[in-house]
Design a binder for this molecule. Structure first.
Ligand code: ADP
Length: 574
């Protein structure tokens, strides 16, 4: 029996995922969508096995999807089996310092976004504003100015008519235009289609810690053009993030220490939400296991079903490798890079819900231990699955050049794991997003369905209200106004702890959870450190230092209320 979809899941599927005929009338049901996707992805088996294998995996994948145990990223759900060959969510494109190259990447960006993919760029190679352009004798406009062109193009491409595009713009901290970049979104209107990240090195973070100066370096000549206070610059990043949520930080050395194929060059950028560092022209497809469904009932509650998790991981990894097999790419350079490394990003969603089922408070020592154990197990099973696929199908073609070439049997995929935000597939699966805590126990969600607003009261809390001695009606009225259990006196402390929400969790605990997952993930981890409105710029600076010390690959903060329009609001009444 397939799992039941929530009302919100059905609304999201109808708005964006289910196929429509020429008149715009829905032409498939959710169940047919799962069959379409399962069949299209299982077709990859043809190349390596016989028809019975295709049948076998069609059924296996269908079970996986329709039971909401695993879902691939949105482009796979939207496009698989429709004739559209682009199934990946994540791309990085180069931006070289020439007009021809910039517009070449712009064109590719348009094609990728049209099919639902997100694009990341490093603008660090562009000469600074005011620099001489020898061919024309004019002045260069600089990276931030060029970013406007990308932003504007994205604004006008409604992805497959379904969702607006998403970009990541990265600039190195030592680029002469870094201040313009840091402040680029502070007016609240520019770069609405971009997440921004400042890329910093270990040396630079040390300099900030010790209050030393660092050079700004001209990207073409390699010469220092100014010396700046590292601490002051970090402070200005924190200030901008305090005000608008952007920029985030990416830790370039941590990323490149984990680069599986350094001989193909350094990694300079990530996909839009930061969870996949990629080479230029590289793409990655993601998928997430719904861990709230990896449990079995015990005499007094729930326990993790480790065998089910292992089986699911193996099947999911095969699914993601098959996605590469049946994908078609908008450019031969992308096809080549993807084929060389075959990166996939298997992660999880529903972590907060799992903790609630196990009655473990998010952020507690026990939750951090569980995060490690869970992800270590998934990483291990994913590696085993990738080894087995390498035996049957051959390793990724860069294998002998990769950092793992001398340390074990060949792998099919240069990376196997990543933690995505699961912003939409989390709704489809009816569980909590990625590894995030519950944002609130009741909330309004804006802009998911165009002008419509989704209202959600955490069904787990409602379901378990009586067990915890709470009157469902009182709870509902209170939550609709407040969004959390705070200030509801009859709630016992233990229950309050289990249902702690994002803003009640201290930054250090957010970071500890992120770090626990990062230790067992080859790509990166999408996680937002949510802060209450009263948080200070200093708090944010400290979070940056802590994130770096913990070995994270990036960090994003969001202070409640700091965007004119945010995606989630506390409470269900305006
Ligand atoms: P989903 O739940 O829709 O599969 P996620 O929220 O997990 O997506 O995001 C995963 C990645 O998908 C992002 O990092 C980004 O690369 C891409 N992505 C997400 N939303 C968009 C969007 N609106 N446009 C383009 N790409 C997107």
């Amino acid at each position: 029996m397939p799992a039941e979809l929530t009302d919100n899941a059905i609304r999201v599927l109808e708005a964006r995922y289910l196929l429509r005929d020429d008149q715009g009338t829905l032409s498939e049901t959710p169940d047919q969508l799962f069959r379409r996707v399962a069949r299209a992805i299982a077709a990859a088996e043809q190349k390596y096995a016989d028809a019975s294998s295709v049948e076998h995996y069609t059924e296996q994948f269908y079970q996986l999807l329709s039971n909401l145990e695993f879902l691939p990223n949105s482009p796979t759900l939207m496009n698989a089996g429709t004739g559209l060959g682009q199934l990946s969510a994540c791309f990085v494109l180069p931006v070289e310092d020439s007009m021809a190259d910039i517009f070449d990447s712009l064109k590719l960006m348009a094609l990728i976004q049209q099919a639902g993919g997100g694009t990341g760029f490093s603008f660090s190679r562009l000469r600074p504003k005011g620099d001489l352009v020898t061919t024309t004798g004019g002045q260069a406009s600089g990276p931030v100015s060029f970013m406007h062109i990308f932003d504007c193009a994205t604004e006008h491409i409604r992805q497959g008519g379904k969702r607006r595009g998403a970009n990541m713009g990265v600039l190195r901290i030592d680029h002469p235009d870094i201040r313009d970049f840091i402040n680029a979104k502070r007016d609240g209107v520019s770069f609405q289609n971009f997440n921004l990240s400042v890329s910093v090195s270990d040396v630079w973070m040390q300099a900030a810690q010790q209050d030393q100066t660092c050079p700004l370096i001209h990207p073409l000549t390699g010469q220092a053009v100014a010396q700046v206070s590292a601490r002051e610059l970090l402070h200005s990043i924190a200030e901008a993030a305090w005000q608008t949520g952007d920029p985030g930080m990416i830790f370039n050395d941590a990323i490149n220490r984990a680069n599986p194929t350094p001989r193909s060059g350094p990694i300079e950028a990530t996909n839009p939400c930061g969870e996949v560092p990629l080479l230029p022209y590289e793409a990655c497809n993601l998928g997430s296991i719904n861990v709230s469904r990896m449990v079995r009932q015990t005499s007094d509650g729930y326990a993790i079903d480790w065998q089910k998790l292992a089986r699911t991981t193996q099947l999911a990894l095969r699914f993601l490798d098959n996605v590469i097999e049946v994908s078609r790419w908008p450019d031969p350079r992308i096809a080549r890079t993807v084929e060389s490394n075959r990166k996939v990003g298997l992660g999880i969603m529903g972590f907060a819900e799992l903790l609630i089922l196990l009655e473990i408070p998010y952020g507690s020592a026990e939750s951090i231990r569980l995060a490690e154990e869970l992800m270590a197990s998934i990483a291990q099973e994913a590696r085993t699955a990738s080894e087995q696929l390498a035996e049957q199908r051959g390793p990724f073609s860069n294998w002998s050049d990769s950092i793992e070439a001398n340390s074990g049997p060949p792998l099919r995929n240069a990376t196997r794991t990543s933690i995505a935000p699961t912003g939409t597939i989390g709704i489809i699966a009816g569980t909590s997003a990625g590894i995030e805590p519950l944002f609130a126990l009741a909330y309004r969600r804006e802009h998911v369905l165009g002008e419509q607003t989704l209202v959600e009261i955490n069904p787990l809390l409602l379901r378990n209200a009586q067990r915890y001695g709470l009157e469902p009606e009182i709870l509902q009225t209170h939550l609709a106004q407040q969004g959390t259990l705070e200030s509801l006196p009859q709630v016992p402390e233990t229950v309050r702890a289990i249902f702690r929400t994002a803003l009640e969790i201290p930054p250090e605990e957010h970071l500890q959870i992120q770090a626990a997952f990062q230790r067992h993930v080859e790509n990166a981890v999408s996680k937002t450190v949510n802060l209450p409105e009263s948080a200070t710029v200093e708090t944010i600076s400290r979070i940056y230092h802590r994130a770096w010390e913990l070995g994270l690959k990036g960090v994003t903060v969001y202070r409640y209320g700091s965007k004119a329009q945010q995606v989630l609001y506390l409470g269900t009444t305006e």
